[in-house]
Design a protein around this ligand. Structure first.
Ligand code: AMP
Length: 272
């Protein structure tokens, strides 16, 4: 993969990269379309990264649809698909971890120990193998996007990290590979994330305090029978540190369990 990319770079071609774990849906495709329009050579990666799964059942149950993923890549004009196996990425003797401090302690990081170390480690390895000029990530995984941006700055990576908006179902549910796990009743209940986010935004727009807006959003989740709130927080849009008041770009982020499926979502608040 690196030899292939090095040749392209030497020929002056601009490489765009979209890292994924497969089970491709319209959210991934929107990143691919963006990348396609901004590069000469579109490199796509599919790797279900064991290092970022803190729950073994989540890893074994993660949807894998490789054949149809390949067909989608072909349709969207992907130039190269990099899909290594775990033994290639983590050969025997592997000992190194990349860790972004502080920003990974809250939100998902507080509930998924080691998750972001797994993400940053694999993304850096991917960058070193695919040698992209830019890489595209979704705002759906907002903390992940900000953590990767931080890593790129801190480690002087020559890769531009680009964030793109969340793609939603027509009713507002953020597309996610984990939506596959929802039964029809849970699928209806999963809409409580979107409703809670909108409600909080609306309340802020009407002049409510942050606490009042968060309380309304929490009530919305609590009123949903199978939903259990993991966290609901307002953080600084770049540093991800918790905010007590809105005086700059902020992000409202939440994680909710619907039965045995964990879903996350987020929206901008304030001037973001
Ligand atoms: P995943 O395969 O779930 O690891 O996601 C691969 C990339 O797709 C990540 O950058 C995600 O943030 C992004 N992504 C996942 N779901 C969506 C969505 N609904 N809208 C936009 N991007 C998404």
């Amino acid at each position: 993969m690196r030899a292939h990319s090095a040749k392209l770079r030497a020929a002056g071609r601009r490489i765009g990269c979209v890292p994924t774990m497969g089970a491709l849906h319209q959210g991934h495709l929107s990143l691919m379309e963006y990348a396609r329009q901004n590069c000469d050579h579109l490199a796509m990666s599919i790797f279900v990264n064991p290092m970022q799964f803190n729950n073994p059942d989540d890893l074994t149950g993660y949807p894998r649809t490789f054949e149809s993923d390949v067909a989608k890549c072909a349709q969207l004009g992907v130039d190269v698909l990099y899909a290594p196996g775990p033994d290639q990425v983590y050969p025997e003797g592997f000992l190194t971890k990349v860790s972004v401090a502080k920003m990974t302690q809250g939100l998902c990081g507080a509930h998924r120990p080691g998750h972001f170390d797994g993400v940053t480690t694999v993304v850096l390895k991917l960058f070193n193998t695919v040698l992209p000029h830019f890489a595209v990530f979704g705002e759906k995984d907002y903390q992940q996007l900000q953590v990767i941006k931080r890593m790129a700055i801190d480690l002087d990576l020559a890769v531009q990290v680009i964030g793109r908006p969340t793609v939603r179902e027509p009713d507002g549910l953020a597309l996610s590979s984990r939506n596959h796990h929802l039964d029809p009743a849970q699928r209806r209940e999963a809409l409580c994330l979107y409703r809670a986010l909108n409600l909080a935004r609306e309340k802020i727009g009407q002049g409510a305090s942050l606490d009042q807006a968060l309380a309304a959003a929490k009530d919305e989740i609590a009123a949903t029978p199978q939903a259990e709130l993991e966290y609901l927080e307002v953080v600084d849009a770049a540093s991800l540190q918790p905010l007590r008041s809105l005086d700059g770009p902020a992000r409202l982020c939440l994680a909710v369990w619907i039965g045995r499926t964990r879903l996350i979502d987020n929206m901008p608040l304030g001037d973001a």
